[in-house]
Design a protein. Structure first.
Ligand SMILES: Cc1ncc(C[n+]2csc(CCOP(=O)(O)OP(=O)(O)O)c2C)c(N)n1
Ligand SMILES: [Mg+2]
Length: 898
């Protein structure tokens, strides 16, 4: 029997009733291991544990394995190629990445930048670049790598060696505006559109979007739209970043969907910005259990090769015990000191261990390396990860933050933000990584690139040539899709006659028409977070199926019905369950498919508008940053229209939130024909013209009749406003007002127009304002152009132009906060009164809510009369009459305060 087992036996001796029996069991296991190997041992133990648990022992075992590498040294795939050249290359990339930041900060510390994170990642990246990551080529569709945002200097430094970037560009790091070709601080597809694919720097965004990317690739494959087999999604995650709910929130889905095309590498440098990630615990062990519990293949890469002999000699498990007992806070401190400190404080925890390392010098102890800095260990892990089938893989690698920075940062609390290196630290860095630079070159932090025909450069080129060329690389365009004629949506253009429907229903019909289109139909990706029935879309379940890699392993309860719940391996709907963050990640994957896969796809993600931007705003920005194209549909929108749901459901501000996203076109349509025209135009702009924008359209659940599209309305609908009620009588001298309404509240504006005419003899033209945000965009552009061309004939903003032929003050009424109609105030050019739903939502009848928020027909009429009175067009007494006639409570508290 081995010493290890002795130690284990005595470990458990505290409560061991029968040590002899224990010993026999362990010996039996020893024998199995020796004769039949570890697989057989695992099988036997699994059966034994099952039997015991069945008999009522309760939980046995844990999701953790010991604090050592998952792949034993004996089973490691060996790094092919030339390890020494790889080390030299990596050292050069390290140097240049560091030099970029140091040089920028010599100029001014205003520019910032990070050194320490990439220094901890370098080996993890370089092994990938040299051996694993395919660029898209004729042989391979290309791997997708989500690089850590704030380690971008590492990517730039490599691109420099590969000849993709010049020294001037490196010197223009973080000077994207003032220096042409300047390098963006973080990955950004707008700023470097042919380089960066994934905007990752907001922590948590990379991880969650990588999961849904991997899933989307399986979906594309299953639907026969692209061959994504053999392509991998790699995502680099910081150990501090795992605290973001977005990072860990969807790992269960990845396990459940068996995303074996997904590989995460968690860089456990044990530190985040302020301090240790888990000073009092062990992040690696914590993550191991989390991921294993979620069905991932876990590969821990903790110790480097220099530990192998010590671990091989650890028959009594004493080294392992100290490794297990030491917490991350200690591991960080060890690496900020020296070999003598490690000897005393780590090995010194056990006198026997001290003895065991007595023959080693302090220097040798210092050189005991961590797994994430050992190219051999990293290679072995990657090798296994890319071959693993049936589940996603996470590689949990232990590293040192600020590796190589010495006293300037290595393992130090302050390392994250260190942007400067003293001369001494620079010289030490050069010596440690054996860079052929003179002291003078070091002091100037000069870049270093070996001659093109040097063995290093040839090796670098060869490795990348084998893998299809340089990466990351971003595709800007894909084929354009054929646009169906507007008449495809004939039903919406013709109106509903006497039938009352909602704009949601109008949208579902538009979607159904698109799905029927032979060419566009297959490109449509309906995405829903468990709200299909809310939006009347359950008909699609049966018609196009819900994607599931498993198909349907059960007979659905409603299988007798026409529209049963159908899961299907080739299904088209992405039914995400209750995860808005996951759903918008799918939207991003589908909306960028034109770029990442060269296959344009058209996502329609429909959700409760209240649970959109305000729930996942940063992912909305990630969609914009990614140059995603597609449609976001904010369903059940409007604070008083979704009347029964109250406080947390009623959206009165999503349009304001979306107004700040540069690539978003937002619309608040009132009629089916508007929905059809907007979607048709969106398809044209995004999928024919290939404009990198996306559409946000709010939809309502209130039923009313939809008229046919008036002649010539199209341009106004798209630019943001068109007239829907013309009071006529252009020469009449009666007082006249212009009413703006949108969405369902347009109906109140129309009713107010009738009241004004009937009760007060006031003429009212009514406009459907489909987009205040588009009108504002136009106003800003025109104003800017006029400012820059002061002597040229001046242009007119669309709002001003549209209103010009019509008299009277304007009253705008919205189911959103007043800020929304206020967006166009500068260009209305006359008295402008705005009514909106500022305040907290609540439940009641729609009419009651509209009265409460003062956006009902009576308040609109009152606002119009008051505006006319202020303009001197009517007597103020008329407004007072309206208050009386419509029984308006003048002392009601303002809705924002109740
Ligand atoms: C959502 C978000 N919050 C905060 C930050 C600021 N920030 C950038 S890096 C960082 C620390 C990251 O630590 P870790 O994930 O461990 O990465 P490391 O640099 O150690 O590799 C912080 C707080 C951010 N980029 N995104
Ligand atoms: Mg970290």
């Amino acid at each position: 029997m081995s010493e290890t087992l002795d130690a284990a036996t005595s470990n458990g001796a505290s409560g061991d009733l029968d040590t002899l029996e224990t010993r026999e069991w362990l010996e039996a296991l020893d024998a199995v291991l020796a004769h039949d190997g570890p697989d057989r041992a695992r099988e036997l133990l699994t059966r034994v544990v099952e039997r015991a648990q069945h008999a009522g022992t309760g939980l046995i075992g844990s999701l953790n394995t010991p604090y050592v590498n998952t792949i034993p040294a004996s089973r490691e795939a060996k790094l092919p190629g030339d390890p020494l050249i790889e080390r030299r290359l990596r050292s050069i990339v390290r140097w240049n990445a560091m030099a970029m930041v140091v040089r920028a900060n010599k100029e001014s510390s205003e520019l910032g930048g990070h050194i320490a994170s990439y220094q901890s990642l370098a080996t993890l990246y370089e092994v990938g670049f040299n051996h694993f990551w395919h660029a898209p080529s004729d042989q391979h569709g290309g791997d997708l790598v989500y690089f850590q945002g704030h380690s971008s200097p590492g990517n730039y430094a490599r691109a420099y060696l590969e000849g993709r970037l010049t020294e001037e560009q490196l010197d223009a790091f973080r000077q994207e505006v003032s220096k042409p070709g300047g390098l963006s601080s973080y990955p950004h597809p707008w700023l470097m559109p042919e380089f960066w694919q994934f905007p990752t720097v907001s922590l948590g965004i990379g991880p969650i979007t990588s999961i849904y990317q991997a899933r989307f690739m399986k979906y594309l494959h299953a639907r026969g739209l692209a061959n994504t087999e053999g392509r991998k999604v790699w995502c680099f995650v910081g150990d501090g970043e795992v605290d973001e709910p977005e990072t860990m929130g969807s790992i269960g889905m990845a396990g459940r969907e068996r995303l074996d095309n997904l590989i995460w590498v968690i860089n456990c440098n044990l530190q985040r910005l302020d301090g240790p990630v888990r000073g009092n615990g062990k992040i690696i062990q914590e993550l191991e259990a989390d991921f294993r519990g979620s069905g991932w293949n876990v590969i821990k890469v903790i110790w480097g090769s220099r530990w192998d002999p010590l671990l091989a000699a650890d028959h009594d498990g004493r080294l392992l015990r100290v490794m297990e007992e030491s917490v991350d806070g200690e591991y960080q401190t060890y690496k900020s000191r020296d070999g003598a400190y490690v000897r005393q404080h780590f090995f010194g925890k056990d006198p026997v261990l001290l003895e065991r390392v007595a023959h080693m010098s302090d220097e040798e102890i210092w050189l005991l390396n961590r797994g994430g800095h050992d190219q051999q260990k990293v290679y072995a892990a990657y090798h296994e990860a890319v071959r693993h089938k049936g589940s996603p893989t996470v590689i949990i690698a232990k590293t040192i933050k600020g590796y190589g920075m010495g006293p300037a940062g290595e393992g130090q609390m302050i390392t994250h933000q260190a942007k400067k290196m003293t001369e001494e630290a620079l010289l030490a860095f050069r010596d440690r990584f054996e860079l052929p630079l003179s002291d003078e070159q070091v002091r100037a932090a000069e870049y270093y690139k070996p001659p093109e025909d040097s063995p290093e450069m040839r090796y670098l080129r060869q490795c990348r040539e084998k893998l299809g060329g340089s990466m990351p690389r971003r595709r800007r365009r894909a084929e354009s899709l054929p646009l169906p004629p507007l008449e495809t949506f004939k039903g919406q253009l013709e109106g509903t006659g006497e039938r009352a429907i909602s704009t949601t229903m109008a949208f579902v019909r538009v979607l159904a028409a698109l799905l029927r289109d032979k060419q566009l139909g297959p490109r449509i990706v309906p995405i829903v977070p468990d709200e299909s029935r809310t939006f009347g879309m359950e008909g699609l379940f049966r018609q196009i199926g819900i994607y599931s890699p498993l198909g349907q392993l059960y007979q659905p309860q409603d299988s007798q019905q026409l529209m049963f719940y159908k899961e299907d391996q080739h299904g088209q709907i992405l039914e995400e369950g209750i995860t808005e963050a996951g759903s918008i990640s799918s939207f991003i994957a589908a909306g960028t498919s034109y770029s990442t896969h060269g296959v344009p796809m058209i996502p329609f993600y429909i959700y409760y508008s209240m649970f959109g931007y305000q729930r996942v705003g940063d992912l909305v920005w990630a969609a914009a940053d990614s140059r995603a194209r597609g449609f976001l549909l904010g369903g059940t929108a409007g604070r008083t229209t979704l009347n029964g749901e109250g406080l947390q459901h009623e959206d009165g501000h999503s349009h304001v939130l979306f107004s700040v996203v540069p690539s978003c076109r937002a619309y608040d349509p009132a009629y089916g024909y508007e929905v059809a025209v907007i979607i048709h135009e969106g398809l044209r702009r995004m999928f024919v013209e290939q404009e990198d924008c996306f559409y946000y359209i709010t939809l309502m659940n209130e039923n009313y009749r939809h008229p046919p599209m008036p002649d010539g309305a199209q341009e106004g609908i798209l630019r943001g406003m068109h007239i829907v009620r013309d009071a006529g009588a252009p020469r009449s001298r009666k007082p006249r007002v212009q009413l703006f309404g949108s969405g369902t509240i347009l109906q109140e504006a129309l009713a107010a127009a009738e009241l004004l005419e009937r009760d007060f003899g006031v003429l009212a033209d009514v406009w459907s304002v489909t987009s205040y945000t588009e009108l504002r965009r136009d106003g800003i552009e025109v104003e800017r152009w006029n400012m820059l061309h002061p002597t040229a004939p001046q242009r007119t903003p669309y709002v001003t132009e549209a209103l010009a032929p019509r008299r009277g003050p304007v009253v705008a009424v919205s189911d959103y906060v007043r800020t929304l109609p206020d967006l166009v105030r500068p260009w209305v050019g006359r008295t402008y009164r705005v009514l909106g739903t500022d305040g907290f939502g609540r439940s009641d009848w729609r009419w009651a809510l509209r009265r409460f928020f003062e956006v009902d027909r009576h308040h609109i009429a009152l606002a119009a009369l008051k505006a006319l009175a202020d303009d001197g067009e009517v007597d103020a007494a008329l407004a007072a009459q309206a208050i009386e006639r419509y029984q308006i409570d003048t002392e009601a508290p303002i809705p924002t305060s109740v």
